[in-house]
Design a protein around this ligand. Sequence first.
Ligand code: F0G
Length: 464
Amino acid sequence: MSSSRYMEPWKIKMVEPLHMSTREQREAWIADVGLNLFQLRGDQVMIDCVTDSGTTAMSSAQWSALMLGDETYAGCDSFYKLEAAVKDIMGFKYVVPTHQGRAAENLLANIYLKPNDGKYVIGNMHFDSMRVRAELAEKEPLDFLAEPGYHSTDENDFKGNIDLEKVEDFIKKTGTENIPLIMMTVTSNTNGGQPVSMANIKGLSEIAHRYGIPFYIDAARYAENCYFIKEREPGYQDKTPKEIAREMFSYADGCTMSAKKDGMVNIGGFLCTNSDEIYAIASELVMCFEGFKTYGGMAGRDLEALAVGIQEGIDYTYLKARIGQIEYFGQCLDEYGVPYVRPVGGNGVYIDGMKFYPEIPQERYPGLTFACELYIHSGIRCAELGTSAFTKTLEDGTVVMPRLDLVRVAISRRVWTNSHIEYIAESIGKLYQSGSQYAGIRKKSHGLVAAQEHFTSGYEFIEK
Ligand code: F0G
């Protein structure tokens, strides 16, 4: 076998049946939930590509580690195993467990985004949970994604990069006292699971430290990012993903982690920091929100599964198969000419809604129309991370739509075979060739929190 080919470094021990359904059933189900795919029940979905978060298939080593879970309230063994595994990979001084990523972000926000702290939180592209948390603290999360990240079908190796020049100009103009925190999300989920280069992380770190602003990494998909650095950035070919991770985190003051992604577990997270002072506050705050600092909202058994999973997730052979499968998905879509974010990112393929259905104007949700029709035709659920998710109404009533109308077809880790991937690609390809049956979608009702409306709103198709 040639070395460029990938093969999954595992075999399947347990299988879970899919929930098969007919087109008629799906038409009725999706109408019942007002075209809101998040409101469907799991058993109404055949292949769930709505997220790659918490959907990983755990390994036999992880399942057996669960049995070693120490449920001691304070100071459980399982915490020390997790702490050692995280320090080994990331190199931070302190690890505070939390039940998932946003709980770590909540700790960070409680520490850095207090009422008298500055207003602007700088990032490449903040993920929703951090964005909402910052807004709840009455701060303004700002994305400084470099321009290539906005051009879906143009090839570029590091479309998650931040525009360093713009960041520095903004800091100079705005004043460091107005910027309490800088966050770099690796990979950048919102624009396609796109990687950030080491040079860019280092550059941002230098700027942050020059101006004395804390610099944290949102590490949810850090391992996939390290793999891309190894494959694409000169000077890293001979390093292991773990060595790359060590260097990457050495530039940051800490990180937040949703372990439901590259931690290879179904639930879990943590906050890391190098600061004695921040750790002292975080380890007290975590008791208010999550639980004692040695379990932070996780059962001892979950800490064990994560201690094993986080090491599996940074393994090169695993990552090669993981990203290899996403690349294969992209190649299958190429047979139909489907427009998606190029090159494919780490956690799925992101279809460009406005290019997929160019005849549907953005205000009629082309991406969401595609996602709903894909579900009806093929029982595949994916997530629009575009117009329905990120349109904002400003105080003066102006409606601002996002530059990208992406639909994420997320691929769970170690879950699907390539024949599932081929089925998904063929379903999308056929839909692309036939075009939409509708003139788009309109919104009928919306939820309470504007930034989370895509989870709660109701919609209807617009007939042609
Ligand atoms: N950061 C990133 C980059 C994420 O993608 C997520 C979650 C979080 C933080 C929050 O972590 O869910 O453990 O609280 N992303 C999920 C997704 C929900 O579908 O992409 P969490």
